[in-house]
Design a protein. Structure first.
Length: 167
């Protein structure tokens, strides 16, 4: 049953996000393919994380930023998906909010969130969070996670104008 469950979701394409937080030893983050919108009033989203040092920081944080990624960030998604990958380098384009969270202005969207609920489910934690602020970045094509690979579709270029995060 477990192998069939895993195979079913490997074949299900999903969007790609990097979730970041300000931790006691500096910034932390991870790649997630489980982000989903939940509600418009209040604006809310959900995601799940498994047990890792970054996941524990995010699951217990008072604030975090969910970055929805486009085609230009396939390498960044890979870096944050594996232990020891380069993270928060100047070349990746990070800056820090006044509250300390790392934010990637060039992400397709960056959503500043506060948790509403945390639910333990097996070895994972489901986080439901209210979205406090949204910045829309450049549209550079689709990035999806499918069959354990990050897949870029540059033919999906859009013309969404950038909307910066409020100060």
């Amino acid at each position: 049953m477990v192998e069939l469950f895993k195979a079913a979701f490997r074949g299900y394409p999903t969007g790609v996000a990097v979730i970041t937080v300000s931790g006691p030893s500096g910034p932390a983050g991870l790649t997630a393919s489980s982000v989903a919108s939940v509600s418009l009033a209040p604006p809310a989203l959900s995601f799940s994380v498994m047990d890792s040092p970054s996941a524990r920081l995010i699951a217990s944080a008072d604030r975090f930023v969910v970055h929805l990624l486009g085609a230009a960030h396939a390498g960044l998604a890979q870096d944050f998906a594996r232990p020891g990958g380069p993270r928060f380098t100047p070349e990746q384009g990070w800056r820090y909010l006044p509250t300390g969270e790392p934010v990637l202005d060039q992400a397709a969207a960056a959503l500043v969130c506060v948790p509403l609920q945390r639910v333990a489910v097996g070895a994972s934690t489901l986080v439901v969070a209210e979205v406090l602020d949204v910045a829309i970045g450049p549209s550079d094509g689709r990035l999806v996670y499918h069959e354990r690979q990050f897949v870029v579709d540059p033919s999906s270029l859009g013309s969404t104008p950038a909307v910066p995060m409020r100060p």
